[in-house]
Design a protein around this ligand. Structure first.
Ligand code: ATP
Length: 242
């Protein structure tokens, strides 16, 4: 079991999480901690198990072993949605509805004011898309809508699968700022990111996942120290550990 080096209170601890799809072991004894207020990057190549891990954490996918502690108390899969909001990759909620209606519907669920919604719309750049049907949005604008829904939600932990998928370089930088601001306001973010350059720019700490196993947890400096390469980038660190 891998145990993270912590510098602030663990908000969530994942202990010995294991998931099989038939014969295939998709997550093998995965363990790490998520600290309060950090941006934690879940890093790994295609097939590493990132989506499986996020879905198992969110309580959407049953795991075969392991448990999740929130502020030290075990939390059953069915109750995880009270604590975390999961923004999956590639879904289009209420595809036939206009963007504005979806935003206001979700805002009502979380008791958010119209002013709050308006602020989020500007933050994520959806001003020109409010009358469009969700199903007609481009991939990038659908991603903006999904981020907006995550910001409307009130759960302290936001899980996002590939938050920058569908964005070009400039848009990715813009969305990084938006996510950073969310973290600065006290939200904890767990982001799965396969682009190592994006992850290096965005995250405070990293969980390196390869073939369903955690190969390293820490800040870039901590991981560099582990591989005795003080100037290594995240890519080099990942190649050395995975
Ligand atoms: P990507 O970056 O490509 O989305 P990932 O890191 O999110 O990859 P997962 O989608 O979690 O990886 O997949 C982990 C492993 O589990 C892969 O080998 C995948 O083929 C397998 N897998 C995922 N979902 C299923 C499923 N429903 N049935 C069987 N195998 C699955």
């Amino acid at each position: 079991m891998t145990v993270a080096v912590l510098r602030s209170e663990p908000l969530m601890e994942i202990v010995s999480l294991t998931k099989r799809y038939g014969e295939q072991l998709a997550l093998n004894d995965v363990g790490f901690a998520v600290c309060e207020g950090e941006v934690l990057g879940l890093i790994g190549p295609n097939g590493a198990g990132k989506t499986t891990l996020l879905e198992a954490l969110a309580g959407l996918l049953p795991s075969d072993n392991g448990f999740v502690l929130v502020r030290g108390a075990s939390i059953a899969p069915a109750r995880r949605r009270d604590f975390m909001f999961y923004v999956p990759d590639g879904v289009r909620p209420y595809a036939d509805q206009p963007v504005a209606r979806v935003l206001f519907f979700v805002a009502d669920v979380y008791g958010r004011s119209r002013e709050f919604v308006a602020g989020i719309v500007i933050r994520v750049g959806l001003e020109g898309s409010l009358a469009k049907r969700v199903g007609s949005l481009s991939k990038g604008f659908n991603r903006r809508l999904m981020l907006a829904l995550g910001f409307l939600a009130r759960q302290p932990l936001l899980l996002m699968d590939e938050p920058f998928d569908g964005f070009d370089l400039k848009q990715t930088r813009e969305m990084m700022k938006v996510l950073r601001r969310e973290a600065a306001q006290g939200r904890t973010l767990l982001l799965s990111i396969h682009q190592l350059s994006d992850a290096e720019r965005m995250c405070d700490r990293f969980v390196l996942l390869s073939a369903g196993e955690v190969r390293g947890v820490g800040t870039l400096d901590e991981l560099r120290t582990r591989i005795k390469a003080p100037n290594a980038g995240l890519e080099e660190v990942f190649l050395a550990l995975a």
